[in-house]
Design a protein around this ligand. Sequence first.
Ligand code: SF4
Length: 459
Amino acid sequence: MRNPKLGVVSLGCPKNTTDTEVMLGLLKESGIDVTFDNDEADMCLVNTCSFIGDARKESVRTLVELADQGKELIIAGCLAQHFKEELLEEIPEARALVGTGDIHKIVDVIQAISRDSKLRVMEVSEIPNDYSDEVLPRMMTGVGASAYLKIAEGCDHACSFCIIPMLRGKFRSRSIESLTKEARILVKAGVREIILVSQDSTYYGLDLYNRLALPELLASLNEIEGLEWIRVMYAYPTEATVEILEAIRDLNKVVKYIDIPLQHSDPAILKAMARPLKPESVVERIRKTIPDVKIRSTFIVGFPGETEENFQHLMRFIETSRFDRLGVFGYSKQTEVPSGNMPGQVSQKEKNRRRAEVMKLQHGISSELNQAMVGKEIDVLIESFDEKKGIYIGRSQWDAPDIDNQVYVEDADDSFVDMGEIVRVRIDEAKPYDLFGTAVGSTFDRESSGSVRAGKALV
Ligand code: SF4
């Protein structure tokens, strides 16, 4: 038996990235030859996304391109969970499917198809409910100063536009012990920022401990020496309780940043979305509890039945709330979920118009808010260096990777900046979505630093 040389493609959200990294860790441990250059690969593992129409299209396009290059395919993740029969039928190059709760079986799957060149394997549990709590080996794929920590899998809500509960199952928390252990391993390898991800991070612990246990998890992580920032992604409005907000406020390593998708403001639309009403009171509660907080939210425009009046309600809400960071998406129709069959579907043209209006409004708000940062000194985690421009690029505590602002940092004599470390930066200039500044000091004890590079195994 010859094990194939395996290429890897990871699509979709950070939660999928952690699954890919766990699969890579298992593969490395078993001695399977992994390459990050797909041209060299005999077979490619594609961890897919099926959240909305565009993500699904990207997954299918990637599979077809790789198949056209003659690669055999192992299809993992949401698309495999969602369309198992169709994928095996329509993509002859698909040798195996691995569901969202079956990623720990990846080595057995590859060994089975390597032994028998005719074999096609489907490891997709009907109920994706087999998420392991143990600390599995993990191989980092990103730039290493920051790492995602998946605290739970699945979701117990039933937002009418969302397919996630169908693809990822009920909410299952990992234990505080297991998460703290994994975080310690990451920090020992040089990680400075841990980003907690799940479908619904404020729900953490309810299934396992019968209480909202995010404050306890944060307190445990806050004790880890060498860890600088802890970031929580994806809060749910009704679960962003005062107790959770106070923990974020009081724990010194937890960044004062709340990511809370509110999706809409108009009660009629929120009701149709099966989402909590009164987002105004949630914003008020957050700002009252954490005075120096920056809030990120996301919204959907063009939900079925959204009239101009509903849309203007949302515009007014965004204008008065002045979110520090904001994402807006046109509604994506999926017939498998209730909203896909609701009357009053909005045309693509109208969705685009509404999205552009929100973005224009937010452009002005972001410009003003960023302008107010000029002259201030802030901490910036340095993540890369632009050789052409001779400038470092990083993020502040109020910015999540890939979705928020970047800070461009000059350090003329290379006196303060080290890659993967936090530096003190004076902001000299602001654009709507980026800041520009000069390094004025180090804020990190370099003695204890390690470093993580792309592709380094951690466990
Ligand atoms: S809370 Fe989030 S993941 Fe859960 S159903 Fe709603 S949108 Fe989907």
